[in-house]
Design a protein around this ligand. Sequence first.
Ligand code: NDP
Length: 463
Amino acid sequence: MRTPTTEAGPARGQTPRLDGKLETIRATLLRRNPGEEEFHQAVDDVLATVGPVAARRPEYAEAKLLERICEPERQIIFRVPWTDDRGEVHINRGYRVEFNSALGPYKGGLRFDRSVNASIMKFLGFEQVFKNALTGMPIGGAKGGADFDPKGRSDGEVMRFCQSFMTELHRHLGEHTDVPAGDIGVGQRELGYLFGQYKRITNRYESGVLTGKGLAWGGARVRREATGYGCAYFVAEMLAARGTSFDGRDVVVSGAGNVALSAIEKAQQLGGHVIACSDTSGYVHDPRGLDVELLTQVKEVERADLAEYARRRGDGARHVAGGSAWAVPCHVALPCATQNELSGADARRLVQGGVVAVAEGANMPCTPDAVRAFRDAGVAFGPGKAANAGGVATSALEMQQNASRDSWTFEHTERRLVEIMRDIHAACRDTAAEYGAPGDYAAGANIAGFVRVADAMLALGLI
Ligand code: NDP
C-alpha cells in the first residue's frame, strides 16, 4: 500500500506560470477555498492548459466563464446518523457537489471512504464536468459521498447507513435533476440499498435516478466493466497512434476494485501481459500473468486482500505487504486506485523501466510531478478525464435505456463504448494539435471539455 502524496507542484506536467488574468483567477480561488489542496490541484491542471482558448475567445473572459466554471452551482453537506449492529450511534458527513448542469442533469458518482472531505468532493466534481463534456453525452457534472468506510461493516450496517444517507439526499435527486452512480466504496450492494430507499421515500420506480444498478433492477450491461474496459481501449488508441499495440507488453495496474479488475481483464483480452496489481494491503506480482477469475473471487466476492490471492495462486505469485505496484517495471501503467497514488519518483522509475503508455483509470492518480516526468520522457499519457470517461458514458447509455424502457445486449453496448472511447481519443488528439500542443492528451482533454461546457454556458445566459 502506498499513502497518496499531496506533493506540491505545478499542474499536471505544465509549468505553473500563468498569465496575469489566469493567475488572478487562481489567487481568488485559493483565497475562497482555503486548504482544499486536491481542488486547487485539479483547477491548476485546467488553468495551465486553457490559456490559448482564452486568447482566441475573448467572449469567454467577458462572461467570466472560467471563474463561473470553477464555482460549483450548489454544494450540499448533511448529517448522516446511523446505528451499528451493537446499537451504537454513529454520525457521518454526507456531501453532494452539484458542479455544473449546462450540458444536462448533474451526473457523477458517490464515494464512501474515510478520506472524503469537501476538497476531494470538489476536485472530483470539477473533473467530472470536463469528463462528461468529453463524452459528448447530455450530462452535467457532480460528485458526492460520505466519510463512511463500508469496509468491515456488516450488510445490515451498510444498509442502515445507505438508508440514512438517501433519506437526506433524495430531495436533491431526480432523473432530470441529479443522477449519482458508484465510486470508491460504493458498488452494487450500496447502490441497491440507496435505490431501495429512494423508491420507498418517493413512491416512484424511477430507474433513471441512479446508474450502475444491478441488471435485475434497471441496470445496463457493460456499466460495471465500462470504466476499466474504456481505459484499456483508450490505451489501445494511444498505442495505435504510435503504430504499436498491447501485444506482448507487460502491464501493471494499481488497485483491485471495480475499475482495476475490468482494466486488467480488457488489457489481457487486447494482448497485454498483466503482471501486477495492488490494494490497500500492498501489491501482488504474478509473473505468469494475473488470474482475473481468482482476483475477482478474492476481492469482490470474499472482500479479502491480495495476500490471499498470492497464497492461493502460488507458483511465483508474490504479495509485497505495504509496497507500491510501481516498483514493478512495465511497458503500460494503469493507475486505477485513487488520487495522487503515483508520485514523480514512481514515474521516473517507470520511465527507466521502459514504460511507453500510461492511462489514468482513477481520477487524478498521478501527481503533477509524475505527469511532468511522463511528458518529458515522451510517454503517451491519457488523463483520467479522457481515459476513464467510459464509465460515465455508459451510465448515460444506462439512462437512455431506462428512459426508453429498453435493454441492450452486451455486444451492442460494448461496441458503443469502443466508439465513444475512439471519439474521445480523437477529440483530445485533434484539439491538442489545434491549440499548439500536439501529442498532449491532457491539454487536449481540458480544452475540448472546457469549450463544450463554455459554449453551452454562454448560450444559457448569466445563470
Ligand atoms: P473501488 O473501491 O472498487 O476500488 C478501489 C481499489 O483501490 C481497491 O482495491 C482499494 O484497495 C485500492 N486502493 C485504494 N487506495 C489505494 C492505495 N493508496 N494504494 C493502492 N491501492 C489502493 O473503487 P473504483 O474501482 O470504483 O474506483 C477507483 C478509482 O477510479 C477512483 O479514483 C474513482 O474515482 C475512479 N473512477 C471510478 C469509476 C467507476 O465507474 N467506478 C468511474 C471513473 C473513475 P482495497 O480493496 O484494499 O480497499
